[in-house]
Design a protein around this ligand. Sequence first.
Ligand SMILES: *[C@@H]1O[C@H](CO)[C@@H](O)[C@H](O)[C@H]1NC(C)=O
Ligand SMILES: *[C@@H]1O[C@H](CO)[C@@H](O)[C@H](O)[C@H]1NC(C)=O
Ligand SMILES: *[C@@H]1O[C@H](CO)[C@@H](O)[C@H](O)[C@H]1NC(C)=O
Ligand SMILES: *[C@@H]1O[C@H](CO)[C@@H](O)[C@H](O)[C@H]1NC(C)=O
Ligand SMILES: *[C@@H]1O[C@H](CO)[C@@H](O)[C@H](O)[C@H]1NC(C)=O
Ligand SMILES: *[C@@H]1O[C@H](CO)[C@@H](O)[C@H](O)[C@H]1NC(C)=O
Ligand SMILES: *[C@@H]1O[C@H](CO)[C@@H](O)[C@H](O)[C@H]1NC(C)=O
Ligand SMILES: *[C@@H]1O[C@H](CO)[C@@H](O)[C@H](O)[C@H]1NC(C)=O
Ligand SMILES: [Zn+2]
Length: 696
Amino acid sequence: MPAQKEILYLVFLALAVRTVRLQLIGSEDHGWAFIWDYNGRAEQVYYDSMVARWNYNTNLTLENSLKQDEANFIEAHFDKQAAQIASNFDWQNFNNTTLKRLFRKITLLGTAVNHIDQAREAREYNNLLAEMRLIYSTGKVCEYHNPSSCLSLNPDLSDCLANNHNYDRLRFCWEGWRDAVGRKLKDKYPRFVELSNQAVHQGVPNWTDTGAYWRSWYETADFQEQLENLYNQLKPLYNNLHAYVRKKLREQYGQDKISATGPIPAHLLGNMWSQSWSNIYDLVEPYPGKTSIDVTSKMLSDGWTVDRMFRISDDFFKEMGLIEMPQNFWDNSMFVKPADREVVCHASAWDFYNAHDVRIKMCSNVSMQDLVTIHHEMGHIEYYLQYKHQPVPFRRGGNPGFHEAVGDLLALSVSTPTHLQTIGLLDTVEDDNESDINFLMSMALDKISFLPFGYLMDQWRWGVFNGSITPATYNQEWWKLRTRYQGIVPPVPRNNDKDFDPGCKYHVPANHPYMRYFVSYVLQFQFHKALCETSGHTGPLHKCDISAGTEAQKAAAGEKLARMLQMGSSQEWPDAMEVITGQRDMSAQPIVDYFQPLIDWLEQQNQGETLGWDDTWTPPYDCEATDGFTCKDGSRCVRPGDRCDGVNDCADKSDEQNCSIVPTGPTGGAAVSTVTNFASTVVCVLVALLMVNLVP
Ligand SMILES: *[C@@H]1O[C@H](CO)[C@@H](O)[C@H](O)[C@H]1NC(C)=O
Ligand SMILES: *[C@@H]1O[C@H](CO)[C@@H](O)[C@H](O)[C@H]1NC(C)=O
Ligand SMILES: *[C@@H]1O[C@H](CO)[C@@H](O)[C@H](O)[C@H]1NC(C)=O
Ligand SMILES: *[C@@H]1O[C@H](CO)[C@@H](O)[C@H](O)[C@H]1NC(C)=O
Ligand SMILES: *[C@@H]1O[C@H](CO)[C@@H](O)[C@H](O)[C@H]1NC(C)=O
Ligand SMILES: *[C@@H]1O[C@H](CO)[C@@H](O)[C@H](O)[C@H]1NC(C)=O
Ligand SMILES: *[C@@H]1O[C@H](CO)[C@@H](O)[C@H](O)[C@H]1NC(C)=O
Ligand SMILES: *[C@@H]1O[C@H](CO)[C@@H](O)[C@H](O)[C@H]1NC(C)=O
Ligand SMILES: [Zn+2]
């Protein structure tokens, strides 16, 4: 068979070249022949490049990096060649809509990597991306008074933000990360944006910039308006949660530090980016003493293992009649951080495009949070397995948000107290209103708190890509959005000439689109509500476990979900949505329904509070007491990152004096320069974005 394929391929190549100036190939039969030939080749090429990427990401060596570059190059070349051949068909006039869609996807994918021909710029683009990722992943914060003691993001700084209630220590961790990483990225990002836009626009002139390219994946003309509508429907929920949490934080940290009508200082919410507030549950628990839904300590005391968490997740998919994880998933995945080598720890799910090799890469620990993350990642794998029969261009989610929603959807059932009891993680389920409110609060700290962040990340980037936000205003505009949508402020003033706070979130230097997570948080509740109805659930939505019905009901829900997953991206996403929900629009109503009891409760608690915030309020801070330096002439306070950085921030230059005795800023420079060199041959990874799915 391979020999035949080879001949078929060459025939078309020849035919294509010969007819290019005369006329386009109009036969749909020839079109299908091309597609099946393409498909077999794409599977092989993508498999090879995924293996090379996997080998590098799970074993960061120079040799593996070079192999990855080579595989990426071959893949990009293949995509481009396929697009060129496909464009010799008169596919725009094909009658068969499936065939037409396949051709469109192949031509678009190929044009997205067109710029690989411009070797110099391609190299520059890839170098920048590699450098930015490296700066992020090697960023360290050293203690100001003990520079040899340095903290990395994972686990040190994350733990610091999560487990501390010391205002100044939190500020140190928060500010240190931004000094260590944002400032190093600031000069690199503008050029990266320029190159990225150039590449995209050269590929398809319709895409005026990278943001337009990213939005095109949603195939929705009024996508931005739809998002804005969804956001506006969700805002009252967020504002109620915000006002309640602010009140509790005032009790904890004092009225002088937090205004009753201002935004919340960003470092107090338990997370480096204030994107999930689950870690401050202890400060805001509505009814202390009632059942706690965080079953981590129970998992530890019962001797749970990482393997058991993956098995439990797999069991849930099986129970719903979905496809179980194949043997090679268990053999090939990386579940824990290996002791003998460097790896990229950010959790991700991998499809190797050969219809059976699928893997998860994750540095898991035994905890409730990781159990939920495992469901998230396994949701991606389930999608891969369900659509593996589709031709390669259709092995995608209905839209990128669909892919993110699947695992979270199942986790919504798994997290219910009744389900946790079923799997032995809760001894008793207290069925009363107070326990319900506690449960909903814990869910809200994860889901509701995320919404404005999920929405604003790409508002900012779309603005950057379309030029309405310029390098000179990167940081101001970032904080405008952070304050407007999230109602948070930096705990200490930002230096907009030097700071680049958006770069301190992984997806910016790694250039992964973000709107998919916002979309997913909306979709997962829509899917949850619809499948709850199918599975015979009655009563409040937050109590629904889609696996709790009869065998027949469970099977019906599983079958609906599977039917949608199997479609991949073969049709536009409203068709896929209709399979589960019976309707074709995104809607915020199901989240609102899910949280309604909590909203009612919050509205009562918030009587006398001001919903929303005054954008102009900023937290007070004491210069020296927060590691700052007051200029000798007393004119201003200089933050630690500005002291001895070679730039005069004080009019009298006193911030640059006596620097030999002042501890220098965070380290990491040496590591950066060595690895930058070996990244110099990295080839384009624009396509890679479509293939690995990350956690937000
Ligand atoms: C890591 O990659 C190197 C090649 O750079 C290889 O020699 C080594 O065996 C790999 N380690 C593991 C554990 O796979
Ligand atoms: C599409 O259908 C029209 C009308 O039936 C027909 O004339 C045309 O030849 C078809 N095109 C192709 C590419 O088959
Ligand atoms: C397109 O062609 C395929 C293969 O011949 C066929 O299965 C499918 O039904 C056709 N679709 C449409 C919309 O005509
Ligand atoms: C580009 O835009 C034009 C006009 O809106 C449209 O007809 C065409 O299909 C678009 N091309 C692509 C590749 O999206
Ligand atoms: C998490 O697991 C890793 C191994 O994957 C281990 O090195 C680390 O100590 C664990 N951390 C905690 C907090 O348990
Ligand atoms: C719980 O809430 C429901 C609905 O709000 C109400 O009807 C019921 O009386 C409440 N029960 C208790 C014990 O407060
Ligand atoms: C650029 O993108 C931002 C964010 O989506 C939008 O608000 C703005 O109107 C866009 N500007 C232009 C000129 O397209
Ligand atoms: C630098 O050190 C000298 C001598 O110790 C001292 O007089 C001066 O005030 C110092 N300057 C600053 C800015 O700390
Ligand atoms: Zn994901």
